[in-house]
Design a protein around this ligand. Structure first.
Ligand code: UTP
Length: 405
């Protein structure tokens, strides 16, 4: 793309400020900026609020822990067969920036150990290895990173010999980026020749997998199910045979691990039906009436909190891959250069990032199997250093589960 073409594209989107330092750049910087302008989709910048709370909402039941215990052998058998046939893969969503944690590096490189080293990535791989051993079969592990942390993630895992996971069963890919803007929707420059970009959320993972050419690999390997999971829940069970078995037997296109909320007010998204389709309602959209609504057993009706551990049917992913996902606006601190060309690292939130979220994929699926897990055994997310969902709380939970720190 040359300067005139770039200008034309930017005029169309009202973003010509991105070329304001162009004349000061050397040739390679100019080329870099023009390439970026060509690559970026400015159409994703939309400040019009989207009504994420549309439709008729109804509660969704879950397969409860008691039933899972009772049917454990039957469910596990189906799941283990699926794993041994190489039909189930795992996918680690590790493209986020972990801004709340404020770590200088990928979140998975955080050491949760106290008397020894024990990294987040290591905890996750240990958990997956339990299943690999039980099934006596490797599970293909995909790892999604972003431009911001790809190199560091690969280097860290390599340096630690993938914590014992067979490297030939690990497949990395990089997610897409989206422009970051001020509150008026004007895209920031991060440097005179660099547009401020940030990972485009965790909802674009299948598209990014396709872009990386992995769809073919999935077909060749006959992978029918993909268990996606967040990087920060150090206790979660991955490729859990009973969960896989329950989802397969349910006939649903997706399975979701859920926990019972500690209190109706707990700030987690809950599974529900929206106009008859499976959906997730975010805690901020849950009305007071729904929050305290009881079901026929006297339990809270909207009680199944999601923990970002889903099992998707590959065939369904292919069907929805080209469907548009809604973009959520996240208000964040975005480093930028001001009109004097000075680099500013803001202390306050100063703009928007645009993200698609996995939770919006649920609505595109035919049927969702909600599978309840024990919070104390499977939910220790590390979002912050201290307080709720933190390194401190996760350490306590790891200790409670007999893990030496
Ligand atoms: P979070 O919503 O907790 O975001 O991600 P985050 O980036 O890790 O942390 P904050 O909000 O900046 O503090 C949930 C999961 O989705 C992944 C994260 O890596 C984490 O596993 N994710 C998030 C991506 O893979 N890509 C993204 O663009 C965003």
């Amino acid at each position: 793309m040359n300067y005139e073409q770039a200008m034309e594209k930017l005029q169309k989107y009202g973003q010509t400020q991105l070329l304001r330092f162009y004349d000061e750049l050397d040739d390679s910087q100019k080329a870099f900026l023009l390439d970026q302008i060509e690559a970026v989709d400015f159409g994703c910048i939309n400040l019009e609020p989207i009504d994420f709370n549309k439709g008729h909402i109804e509660p969704m039941g879950a397969m409860k822990i008691a039933e899972i215990k009772e049917r454990k052998e039957e469910l596990k058998k189906v799941g283990l067969e699926c794993i041994r046939a190489g039909k189930a893969a795992a996918l680690l969503l590790a493209g986020g920036q972990g801004t709340r944690l404020g770590l200088d590096g990928p979140k998975g490189t955080l050491n949760v150990g106290i008397t020894r080293e024990l990294y987040i990535f290591e905890c996750l791989i240990n958990n997956l290895m339990d299943v690999v051993r039980e099934a006596d079969s490797w599970i293909e592990l995909f790892i999604m990173t972003s431009d911001k942390n790809d190199e560091a993630t690969r280097a860290f895992l390599k340096e630690h010999s993938y914590f014992g996971y067979d490297e030939s069963h690990i497949h990395f890919f990089v997610q897409e980026m989206a422009p970051a803007t001020d509150f008026e929707g004007k895209v920031y420059l991060e440097a005179k020749d660099h547009i401020a970009l940030s990972p485009n959320g965790n909802g674009g993972w299948y598209k990014s997998m396709q872009t990386a050419g992995y769809e073919k690999l999935l077909d060749q390997m006959g992978i029918e199910w993909i268990n996606i999971f967040a990087v920060d829940n150090v206790l979660q069970r991955i490729a859990d045979p009973a969960f896989i078995g329950a989802t397969i037997l349910s006939g649903c296109e997706v399975g979701a691990k859920v926990i019972s909320k500690v209190a109706p007010e707990e700030k987690v998204g809950v599974l529900c039906y929206r106009d008859g389709r499976p959906s997730i309602i975010e805690y901020s959209d849950l009305s007071e009436e729904m929050m305290y609504q009881k079901d026929e057993n006297g339990d809270y009706a909207y009680n199944s909190g999601v923990i970002l551990n889903y099992l998707f049917k590959t065939a369904a992913l292919k069907r929805i891959a080209d469907m548009n996902m809604p973009l959520h606006v996240a208000k964040k601190k975005i480093p930028y250069i001001n009109d004097n060309g000075e680099y500013i690292k803001p202390d306050e939130i100063n703009g928007n990032k645009y993200e698609s979220l996995v939770l919006d994929m649920i609505e595109m699926m035919d049927g969702c199997m909600a599978f309840e897990v024990e919070r104390g055994k499977e939910f220790a997310p590390i979002k912050n250093m201290h307080g709720v969902d933190s390194l401190d709380s996760a350490r306590e939970m790891l200790k409670d589960n007999g893990i030496t720190l």
